[in-house]
Design a protein around this ligand. Sequence first.
Ligand code: SF4
Length: 217
Amino acid sequence: MNEIERSKKILKILNQIYPKTSIPLKHKNLFTLLISVALSAQTTDVNVNKVTKKIYPKYNKPEHFIKLGRKKIEKLIRSTGFFKKKAKSVYLLSKQLVEKHRGKVPNNFEDLEQLHGVGHKTASVVMSQGFGMPAFPVDTHIHRLAQRWGLTSGKNVTQTEKDLKRLFPKKSWNKLHLQIIYYGRKFCTAKSCYGLTCKICSTCYPNRKKPLKTKKA
Ligand code: SF4
């Protein structure tokens, strides 16, 4: 089976298992989506949701975070880890939004990636989940699964994003990146490969005799 055949089978299986995909990071508006994505680095979505549940009812606009200032933001987001760096980003990007974008989250990659602490992956999530524009955010988990499923031999997320965009139809991207994340969390974790039992690999690699040797991606 070549990579195109595999990609078609994978898409079909994921659509069967996850016909609907909800956005894992809870948010009130585009701005809080952006903040939640920024806070989700190096921690889980569950943890971010736990923290933001207490923040967003009161603070949900860039102006609120500017008024709070860095030290108070640090206190609020402490349990998401790397809180000093994250608080600096939240504060500075809030200022940028107010000063350059009238407090609105821009709807293009160029402006999003100019915001403090916002890289291509964060911008892709906002474009995809916030604006519904075709994007394929690739994090280390999607990178790992794409490698294990033989959809990329890329050494980095940039190459993996290119390969996935080439293999899957544009209209599937927004849902697919979430479907892959859900599948990875449940069936294809960083630590282990169940080898012969997962639906995707038993379909795409029917002749496999042993579990994959996993290296943390
Ligand atoms: S067998 Fe399962 S755990 Fe292993 S690579 Fe395939 S989907 Fe992932």
